[in-house]
Design a binder for this molecule. Structure first.
Ligand code: DUC
Ligand code: ZN
Ligand code: ZN
Length: 474
């Protein structure tokens, strides 16, 4: 493969920014040169990308997606093909999707199903976490096997969704003990699903069926309670690495911050919808429109007992929130969200966002919520380190995969169904958002896949990435 030189750009890493030229040879970064040095040293390249006035950043890593997830009586509407193409449009060069084992299924077989879904389909690289929806002796053995042999080193458990993915405290403790033993990470969906189901039945009995009741029946207190319980169980199991997924509420963040202050192996992510959206502007829209934003945990009210959004941005600055992922789990309104017409609890849970995370978080830089370096850290570098892919992924450095985004800060991105929208969904949850800055050029392992506002990649280019253990543990 030919050599590519990216010139005159500002390379951004978690620790700073610098004018520097990047030489790519084949699939990896070969060298980096101070301005003018590449020419002085007679470096030649078949392709030169001029990044004058632009940022050159590591490809984004979305550590939480659900392509083709069978859920809520239907399947998430992005396939690995359409979803990873949309990821490319969004400056994301690696996704970590969730293989799914349900109660009664074999974990290793379920991973095989996920490999079959993804193989030969992806535009960008992909890795897997494993959902364990039925913790039993076989599943515990499989956790060890997957960690030691298959590059699957993180396991998602659910304290929500009784009868679907739910684990009780005993099952959680056993899985955590196993994870503690092998060094793998437990990812937790922390909402008290047993209590939520009671509130849902009571609301429906009162005739409260609109989408907004999805949020009212999942109060933030029950996210805080479950987060606390998960942290305690992880301590009892032996300081198990615990990663709380999709934190939506201050109640949960307070528990995470306290655990981190106590020195425990507790980490957290949030998602753009919790950083930007409120119940009032989304789920509470008249009629059924609010269904577009039904996801779990729910989008929180602006008038709650906490200022969730401000607290989440603060948590992102203080590193109590380490990562922003999307929980990309899209469903169309037609035939999918519509399953819940007249009954909010039957609306498939999830929204699409894999294409917009880098954009939305860059707006956080412009809005002075986070620094440019923190943007790169939280969207690119930390996901690689948290999930055992660094320094192959997540950094611009010699030897790393040439996953690179050239970012143009001097333009804007209009998100919407008739503007920028490449996910396989019949609406955009981010309709009308106008972002400062835009994805300009995207390279995946040295191959340009987005340029001049066109997708020039191909399905099957993306490869499976075997991961190691979290790199945040001593
Ligand atoms: N939450 C969602 O909104 N969708 C998929 C699964 C989840 O936990
Ligand atoms: Zn979840
Ligand atoms: Zn999820």
């Amino acid at each position: 493969m030919a050599r590519t030189l990216i010139t005159n750009g500002t390379v951004v890493s978690p620790t700073g920014r610098q004018l520097i030229d990047v030489l790519i040879d084949g699939e990896t970064i070969a060298a980096m040169y101070a301005p003018g040095q590449a020419a002085l040293q007679g470096v030649t390249a078949a392709v030169t990308i001029d990044a004058t006035g632009k940022y050159v950043i590591p490809g984004g890593i979305d550590a939480h997606t659900h392509m083709e997830l069978p859920f809520g009586g239907t399947n998430a509407s992005d396939t690995f093909e359409t979803g990873t193409r949309a990821a490319a449009w969004g400056g994301v060069t690696t996704i970590i999707d969730f293989a799914v084992q349900r109660n009664g299924e074999n974990v290793i077989d379920s991973l095989g199903v996920w490999h079959e879904k993804a193989a030969g389909e992806c535009a960008v690289d992909y890795a897997f976490h494993q959902i364990v929806g039925g913790v039993d002796d076989d599943a515990l053995k499989a956790m060890r096997y997957l960690t030691e042999n298959e590059g699957i080193t993180s396991f998602k458990l659910f304290m929500a969704y009784p009868g679907v993915f739910y684990s009780d405290d005993g099952q959680i403790l056993k899985a955590m003990q196993t994870a503690s033993d092998i060094g793998s990470t437990i990812m937790m969906h922390a909402e008290n699903g047993i209590a939520i189901d009671v509130l849902v039945q009571q609301a429906l009995a009162r005739g409260e069926t609109d989408p907004k009741y999805h949020s009212y029946t999942r109060p933030s207190l029950l996210e805080g309670e479950a987060t606390h319980r998960a942290i305690v169980l992880a301590q009892v199991a032996g300081n198990t690495p615990l990663y709380i997924v999709h934190v939506s509420a201050s109640d949960a963040l307070l528990e995470i911050a306290a655990a981190r202050d106590a020195g425990h192996n507790v980490f957290a992510e949030t998602c753009p919808q919790y950083l930007y959206m409120t119940l009032e502007e989304t789920l509470a829209k008249p009629g059924f429109e609010g269904a577009k934003w039904v996801c779990s945990p729910p989008i929180r009210s602006a008038h709650d007992h906490h200022h969730h959004q401000a607290d989440l941005w603060k948590g992102l600055r203080t590193n109590d929130i380490a990562i922003v992922s999307t929980d990309h789990c899209p469903f169309c309104m037609k035939d999918q969200k519509e399953l819940g017409l007249g009954n909010f609890s039957a609306i498939p849970n999830g929204m699409g966002g894999v294409e917009h995370r880098m954009e939305l978080l860059y707006q956080g830089v412009v809005n002075k919520e986070i620094t440019l370096e923190r943007w790169v850290e939280t969207c690119c570098t930390t996901p690689a380190r948290m999930f055992g892919m660094y320094p192959k992924k997540g950094i611009i450095a010699p030897g790393a995969d040439a996953d690179i985004v050239v970012w143009d800060p001097n333009t804007q991105t209009r998100i919407g169904i008739n503007d920028k929208h490449h996910m396989n969904i019949d609406h955009s949850s981010w309709e009308g958002y106008v972002i400062d800055g835009a994805v300009d050029t995207v390279l995946s392992r040295g191959t340009v896949i987005i340029e001049n506002n066109s997708y020039v990649g191909r399905k099957g280019h993306g490869q499976f990435v075997k991961r190691g253990l979290s790199q945040y543990l001593v």
